[in-house]
Design a protein around this ligand. Structure first.
Ligand code: ASP
Length: 336
């Protein structure tokens, strides 16, 4: 294989070891482990280098600054490699993959996130097979976008969600078909691979720490208790509404929306359902959102909506541009 791959190891279960407090990453350990696995240096494997993060993270500690760090690690090496594998904890992998899909503007190479549910130091680990296949996919020049590879399937990063804490089939992309299925051979689903054309130049757009929030509705929610979210502290609030974007009616929610409008806080609506579309105005119970200028995130995942808001707000776009961009398919994250 001609294409060399850079593996960026950020942490996660794949390279963790047992400690008194439970599994945790150990500096230097994973690189040594990989060097002992002959399969990773077989002639039909791509050549690879490993870049280890310092500190290594459980992905629940990932923040905007870490996303920027992954972005910089890729951008600094962009011309030296044919593709990238990002080894990452599974807990927030879908957020990071979504973030990188926006951050890496004009990306024209595979960036494949993977990890495992069982550490590689344990019997029955899914780590090696995920890692080997992610390397092969990153060296292929077919899926030139940010993907998540897990348990035999390559998903579009900004369509993926973690669906299982217990099984090896930890990820799915319920609103978009997988980009590829890996069995004895790799089968790319060519039609799924098209994403909107971007500029020819690769550019890293780092994110800022913009204040946003996610509010998951539940029956009986008292909106008054959440008014501080829309009183000017947050730039945007993603409301995870019921079904196709429905919300409880009543004075309290109207007041919530009024405050959001007064303080110029963007309200973006996702569905709590993993599969399907938040379409405001389909039911009377979502019309108040529509009338208040809330954005329908359609079939975007909450993870993708979070990442997209960070991206657009970090760029400092005006409200009109932001609303238009949220309702536009920028990286294959939404079906328009
Ligand atoms: N807590 C781990 C992490 O996200 C879980 C995993 O990697 O599977 O880093």
């Amino acid at each position: 294989m001609d294409n060399k791959v850079c593996m960026i190891y950020t942490g996660g279960t794949i390279g963790m070891v047992p400690t008194e407090d439970g599994y945790a990453p150990k500096p230097g350990y994973f690189g040594d482990l990989l060097n002992e696995i002959p399969q990773l240096r077989y002639p039909d494997m791509p050549q690879w280098d490993l870049v280890e993060f310092d500190p290594l993270l459980d992905s629940s500690d990932m923040s905007v600054e870490h996303w920027n760090k992954i972005g910089r690690a890729i951008a600094e090496r962009y011309d030296d490699y044919g593709g990238f594998v990002v080894l990452h904890g599974t807990d927030t992998m879908a957020y990071s993959a979504s973030a990188l899909s926006f951050m890496l503007e004009g990306l024209d190479k595979p960036v494949i996130f993977t990890g495992s549910q069982i550490p590689m130091c344990r019997v029955g680990s899914d780590g090696l097979s995920n890692l080997v296949n992610a390397l092969l996919l990153a060296a292929d020049e077919v899926a030139r976008e940010v993907g998540v590879f897990f348990n035999g399937e390559l998903y579009r990063g900004n369509r993926s969600i973690k669906v299982s804490a217990d099984t090896l089939d930890a990820f799915k992309s319920p609103n978009y078909r997988p980009l590829a299925t890996v069995g004895i051979n790799v089968r790319y689903h060519k039609k799924a691979l098209s994403i909107p054309v971007q500029s020819d130049d690769f550019k890293l757009c780092e994110f800022g720490s913009v204040p946003i929030a996610v509010l998951r509705l539940f029956p009986g929610i008292n909106f008054q208790r959440f008014e501080s979210l829309v009183s000017g502290t947050m730039k945007a609030v993603i409301v995870e509404a019921f079904g196709s974007g429905n919300i409880p009616s009543g004075v309290a929610f109207d007041q919530f929306l009024r405050l959001a409008q007064e303080s110029d806080t963007v309200i973006a609506v996702c569905s709590q359902c993993n599969q399907g579309t938040a379409r405001l105005g389909a039911y009377a119970s979502s019309s108040s959102l529509k009338n208040a200028g809330a954005i329908s995130c359609l079939d975007m995942t909450t993870e993708a909506a979070v990442a997209k808001l960070y991206y657009l707000l970090s760029k400092g776009v005006d409200r009109q541009t932001l609303v238009r961009a949220m309702e536009t398919n920028l990286r294959g994250e939404v079906s328009i």
